[in-house]
Each structure stands twice: as C-alpha cells, then as structure tokens.
Design a protein around this ligand. Structure first.
Ligand SMILES: [Cu+2]
Length: 119
C-alpha cells in the first residue's frame, strides 16, 4: 500500500505550496493610484512607485475617449469617457518609463504623455 501514501504526501506538499504562494501574494506590496486623462494630459503626469510593487492604476478619461499605453510593462488600454478603468502590472524594473495616450483624441494627442518612475 505504498501508492496511497505517496498520493497523500504529494497532496499535502501541494497544499503547503499553495498556501505559501497565497501568503506571498498577500504580503507583496500593492499600490492603487488614481489618474485622470483629459485633453491633453494625464494627471499626475509623473507616477512614482517602488520597484517590486504591484501597481493598479485607476484611470478616468473625463472629456473624451483616451488610451493608456505603457510599453515597458506591456500595458495598452482604451479609456472610455466617464469610466474608471483599471490597469495592473508589477513594476519589476527600476527606471523611468514613458506612457502615452494611445487613442487619437484631437490636435494635442501626440503631446499627451507622462512617465512612470520606478525607484
Ligand atoms: Cu490622445
């Protein structure tokens, strides 16, 4: 009757591993930052976070549909006017990374930029 014992031992190990992963998730830093998008700026236009943080940006386009594109962390999201839209990523590298509006919104669209600073 070796096999059942092996199965139980494996299950127990898996359970311990799963609990460990959940614990790590709960402990990892998570930051929520509210951002406003309007012609032709993001506010704040410089977003500061700490390296390793899980970042949740809640972005509201107030005057028009806009977009949020942060290439360094593979984020691209359409922002519908009047809706709070969340984008999430883990800031696992330090540096200064540009983001921009990715949905044409008028003459100043190309100037609608900001930067994420990961320290
Ligand atoms: Cu735009």
């Amino acid at each position: 009757m070796k096999r059942p014992r092996t199965v139980w031992a494996t299950l127990a190990l898996l359970a311990v591993a799963a609990l460990g992963a959940l614990g790590a998730l709960a402990q990892s830093e998570s930051t929520e930052i509210k951002v406003t998008a309007k012609k032709y700026e993001f506010e704040p236009s410089a977003i500061h976070v700490k390296k390793g943080e899980h970042v949740k940006l809640v972005i509201t386009a107030v005057d028009h549909d806009h977009g949020f594109k942060l290439d360094a962390f593979q984020v691209e999201q359409l922002l519908k006017k009047g809706e709070a839209t969340a984008v999430e990523f883990t800031a696992d590298r330090s540096g200064t990374f540009p983001f921009e509006c990715s949905h044409f919104c008028g003459l100043g669209h190309k100037k609608m930029k900001g930067e994420l600073v990961v320290e």
